[in-house]
Every structure is written in C-alpha cells, then in structure tokens.
Ligand binder design. Structure first.
Ligand code: SF4
Length: 363
C-alpha cells in the first residue's frame, strides 16, 4: 500500500478594507456581494479538489488579504474543508487576523470553526508608525486582540513586526520588540520593509526617511539577538518561536513538502508539480483553471529553501565546488559548518540570497 504523506492546505482570502502603503499582495476592496460569490467559488474548488485528493491534511492556513474579514463565513468555509478533505484531528489551523476589525466576534467564530492558531498583523507598537504604514489599527487594538484571543483559549498566537521603517532606529525597534514581548506571543514573524512597485510607498520613496542598508542590517542583527535572549528560537530567516511553536504550515514551504493553495494568486506544490491560480479574482469566480509552473522539489530548490532554516542542509550531496564555498562562508562568519551540516549565522541570513545563489552556481 502506498504511504500517503500529509498535505498542507492554503486558502487565500483576497479582500482588505483598505490598502496599506507598503503592500503589493493580491487583494480587492471588501464588498459583501463579492465575498459571497468568492466563497461560493472557493467552496466549489474545495469540493473539486477534495474529490481528487486522498491525503491527510495536517495544516490549514487562511491567509490574505484579510481572512479575518470572513468573520461569520469562517464556520461554513471550514465545514466545507472538513467535509471534503481528510483533516487530521491535531491539524494546525491558522487564521491571519487584522486587529482593526471586530476581533471579539471574529475570534469567537474562528474558535467555533476549529481555528487553533492566530496570526496577528501587529507590525509595530507605535501609533505614528502604524499610521505611516497606512494600517487601520492602533497599538491598543493589537493588545485588545491578543487579550481576546487568550480569553477564548487560543494558546498559539503569532505577531508580525516590520523593521527598517521610515524614521526607525535601534531605539524605536527595541520599543516595538518590547511591545510584542509584553504580549507573550508563542511566535513572531519579523520582516524587513521592502519598497515594492505599485505601492504608495514606491511613489513616496524620495520623501520617506528610510534607514540605509547598514542601519537596517544593524536592526535585523539586534532583533535576532534580542529575541534569542528573550527565549525565542530563530528557526527561519524571518521567524522566531518559543519551543515547539514553529509554524507547521510555513515549515512545509521551506522543507519542500507538498501543499495545495486555493484562491487567486495561491500557489501549490502537489505530486511533484507546481501550479498557481492567476491573480484574477473574477476569473477565479468564473472557474478558471490553475496555471502549470513546472516541476518542483529538485536538489537546488530544496537547498534554496532549506538554507532559510536554522537547521540548514547536509553537505554530503553537494558538488565539491559548492562544498568549498560552504567552507569559505563558514570561515567568513556567515555560516556554520559542523560535522557535514551547513547553516547560516544571523549575519549570513542577512545575505542569504547572494550566499544561496553562489552555492547554486556550482551545480
Ligand atoms: S498588508 Fe495586509 S491588510 Fe494591508 S493591504 Fe496588504 S494584505 Fe491588506
């Protein structure tokens, strides 16, 4: 009998109540009628895929956009998933929550729907920074959201933070980190601000007082050390957790394990093949098919993803020239080479893209 490996399920909810100044994610403005049509289409895809896939689902991730806007739709949506897929009893089920919204009602619905992990887009603990970012919430809203989640019994809460913000420095970053730590999250995701095209920040770039690359590097290294000193394991370039609270769903991406993503702009890796739904909400509602994106999971792809993780890679399968590069990076303090295992240090993680490309050049 063929052993069926577990699968992750990602559901993309492409709605937001506004556009943040830095964001280029695929999302549309919220509109109840559109949400209804979208959910009908999403449940249609859930049924179709559920009829074809027999593998146990051990993680479900509702990302966006702002999936918490689904609110009372969460129960029927996840019910459709449970009815059509073999969801394991101990599956990790994550909901991204925007603290600007009606968090108490949303969290109650999430609990009823079976969600057991809440990822809150805190981004900063400073109201001025939040306003510059174009966020709709305040620091107090984040505190209220975490408190509500705890009161309802959620014991796996992740908070997002952004660094490299306009006018930021080590002091403002430390304030942001202390704000998060006071809320005792199990997990923190911390991302360096990137100015993407087609965003408000891109147009304002010349007038934003952004820290230079060295200052951003200092912020990143400070944050890594500060969170490690406060009991967090730095398990991936941008992710930190208390013991055993890694994001099981996101680990699938970095470990090159398989997942099915449903919704416009959602990517999948299934039966060795990658494919995605185009960034087109109306086409998804009409029933467009996913676009093939080639084979996935070869050695170079696995190395590229695994080097994001603290655990790193085994060097035994690498070509000799790549092994020599690993030795060089380890001598430069950018990596640790220990008994055939190669992993990046915090400084190396800052340069991960160029280190990974240099190693892959030798394939
Ligand atoms: S950052 Fe999140 S809430 Fe803001 S526009 Fe992007 S997806 Fe929506």
């Amino acid at each position: 009998m063929k052993f069926l490996t577990n699968l992750g399920l990602y559901l993309h909810i492409p709605f937001c109540n506004g556009k943040c100044a830095y964001c280029d994610f695929y999302s549309a403005f919220t509109n109840e009628e559109l949400i209804d049509s979208y959910l009908t289409a999403l449940i249609r895809e859930i049924k179709q895929w559920g009829g074809k896939i027999n593998r146990p689902i051990d993680t479900i991730y509702l990302g966006g956009g702002t999936p918490s806007l689904l609110n009372h739709h969460l129960v029927p949506l996840l019910k459709a998933v449970y009815e059509n897929f073999n969801v394991l009893d101990n599956a990790e089920i994550t909901l991204e929550l925007n603290p600007a919204d009606n968090v108490l009602e949303i969290l109650k619905n999430a609990k009823t729907a079976g969600v057991n992990r809440i990822s809150i887009g805190a981004q900063s603990g400073d109201d001025n920074e939040l306003s510059v970012l174009g966020r709709r919430h305040t620091a107090k809203d984040t505190q209220t959201a975490v408190k509500a989640a705890r009161n309802l019994g959620f014991n796996n809460v992740s908070l997002d933070l952004m660094l490299g913000l306009p006018d930021s420095n080590l002091k403002t970053l430390k304030n942001g980190l202390d704000f998060l730590l006071d809320l005792s999250p199990e997990h923190i995701s911390a991302y360096i601000l990137k100015i993407e095209e087609n965003t408000k920040f891109y147009k304002q770039k010349a007038t934003l007082n952004l820290p230079d690359d060295d200052a951003v590097s200092d912020q990143y290294l400070f944050m890594c050390e500060y969170l490690e000193n406060n009991g967090f394991c730095h398990y991936e370039i941008s992710n930190f957790c208390k013991e055993n609270f890694e994001s099981k769903h996101n680990l699938k991406y970095w470990k090159c394990e398989e997942y099915l993503g449903l919704g416009p702009a959602a990517h999948s890796f299934l039966d060795g093949k990658r494919f995605y739904y185009p960034r087109d909400l109306k086409a998804f509602i009409k029933g467009n098919s996913p676009t093939p994106d080639g084979e996935g999971g070869d050695l170079s792809e696995r190395i590229m993803l695994a080097l994001r993780l603290k655990d790193g890679i085994k060097t035994e399968d690498l070509p000799t020239a790549a092994k020599q590069k690993c030795e060089l990076f380890s001598k430069n303090g950018l990596a640790i080479l220990d008994d055939g295992n190669f992993s990046l240090t915090n400084s190396g993680m800052l340069l991960s893209n160029s280190i990974i490309s240099e190693i892959l050049e030798e394939f």
